[in-house]
Design a protein around this ligand. Sequence first.
Ligand SMILES: [Zn+2]
Length: 302
Amino acid sequence: MELPFSSPPRYEPAVNCGAPGEAHWFVFRGDDLAVEMGPLHAPSDDPRVKARPAWARLPLQKNHNWLGSSTLRTLYLGCLDGRQCWAAELADGAAAPAGTAWAGLRALYSVLEDAHFALAGRALQLVAWDRTHQYCGRCGTPTEAKREERARICPKCKLTAYPRLAPAVMALVHRENGGKRELLLGRSPHFPAGMYSALAGFVEPGESLEQCLEREVHEEVGVRVANIRYFASQPWPFPHSLMIAFVAEWSGGEIAPQAGEIEDAKWFDVLQLPKLPSRISIARRLIDAVCQELVERSNEQN
Ligand SMILES: [Zn+2]
């Protein structure tokens, strides 16, 4: 299963293709990407998704000069299909480079070519990492990019900083209740109105993924789970997560939403689900796959 933001085929991060031809440019200002694009459609009702263009493509440029004077940083991303790929960040308030306009990255899902969308997620993370690792975390000396690998090193104390990832566990809990198949879904206060999703939380130091799942589910909704099963994982570049999704069976406890974290949580019949996250996220793939599995299992038994 290829999930949005997973590395595309034919992409080689450590290769400098060196071809003299044109390069793909991933130019960011915050979470906005500079693209050549068609007219904008009305935005979706998810406030995190900006207006969606009818079509969009990456600009191809031969050199760095086209970016202009508000460039904060440029990074080499690797080689895709024989073309160099570069990431850049422009300053807050900068105009989009000539021939392009700013578009929110989420709104470019299924508009931009899949491979380019995936690399845009990688570019966004690397740009943010580069921005926040300009100084040594131990002695405060300005850091330097390492030539032989993706890292920044302190010339004084040699502390090395690698791109940062925050692993997070997602859990879809299900149960059978009087012949009905049910999913435990919750909503956090920042979700769009009416939307529910699987539970999720960041892994703490010293935890296995399974321990994280058990703790998160118990903290967030007060129930216990068993038979944890791996589903899939997805890089999530807002700002640097790796989401690792699991399915688990309810083994006990009544739902008690955690104040401040979970606005509401309920058991939903798989045949009567609420509004769900969009297909850009692994949450939706996980819910769809488990629903299908439970409905098939139900049909086999009847
Ligand atoms: Zn240092």
